[in-house]
Design a protein around this ligand. Structure first.
Ligand code: C5P
Length: 233
């Protein structure tokens, strides 16, 4: 029911894994806010790593170079009125790392085991009292295998593409739904078929299909499970 945080303190962890566009980010944030727990958006670390590598003209396939960047990232997550801002070496890269291109680059560096290893301790350091909601692809399988509650949140590709389309349109970005759908399928494939930490539901995860649920419906279900597993949260 509890995990050992980076300082040996038992900290409850809720792992939320699943493919892109399933609503993990929104749900994880809402649940973390309600519980007053910390939030780990692990995808942002892969996005930041890829972004930093490209900034330094490093080939994304160059394992050791990208892993070195991942190890040495000078990154801060700063709370602001517009949500959490990502500050990389003093520059605000919050918007730059959210593009579809950045997501694609992230999924390329994420295939590499040296890069993944380089980010593990940084992720585990987020497990601080009173608890952590960790959002990603391998939170329950690799980073927090002892998480008290593991949820695998999924939805059909068509629905996930439609949600991502709306999200990007609302931000004023110029996107095409068929292109997004294709990108999403390609990213799913890369995430599921990679040799290290492939995207999959662990046997002890509770699978939640959000195709026909709105965010509130998903959050309600997650909160029911949280109340069952972490009665003191
Ligand atoms: O969740 P997000 O779309 O920000 O993640 C970007 C990419 O980072 C994913 O497509 C995936 O390849 C990678 N990722 C990962 N493991 C995680 C989180 C993200 O491999 N825990």
């Amino acid at each position: 029911m509890t995990d050992t945080g980076n300082r040996g303190t038992p900290v409850p962890v809720l792992a939320v894994d699943g493919p892109g566009g399933a609503g993990k980010g929104t749900v994880a944030k809402e649940v973390a806010d309600r519980l007053g727990w910390h939030l780990l958006d692990s995808g942002s670390l892969y996005r930041i790593t890829a972004y930093a590598a490209l900034q330094q003209d490093i080939n994304l396939e160059s394992s050791q170079d990208v892993a070195a960047i991942a190890r040495e990232l000078d990154v801060q997550f700063v709370q602001s009125d517009s949500g959490v801002r990502v500050i990389l070496s003093g520059s605000d890269v919050s918007d730059a790392i959210r593009t579809e291109e950045a997501g694609r680059s992230a999924s390329i560096v994420a295939r590499d085991s040296a890069v993944r290893d380089a980010l593990i301790d940084r992720q585990r350091a987020f497990a601080e009292p009173p608890g952590l909601v960790a959002d990603g692809r391998d939170m329950g399988s690799v980073v927090f295998p002892d998480a008290g509650l593991k949820i695998f949140l999924t939805a059909s590709v068509a629905e996930r593409a439609r949600r991502r389309y709306k999200q990007l349109k609302d931000k004023g970005m110029d996107v095409s739904l068929p292109a997004l759908s294709r990108d999403m399928e390609e990213r799913d494939r890369r995430d599921s078929e990679r040799a290290v930490a492939p995207l999959r539901a662990t046997d002890d995860a509770r699978v939640l299909d959000s195709t026909n649920l709105d965010i509130q419906g998903v959050v309600d279900q997650v909160m029911l499970w949280v109340a069952e597993v972490f009665p003191n949260a």
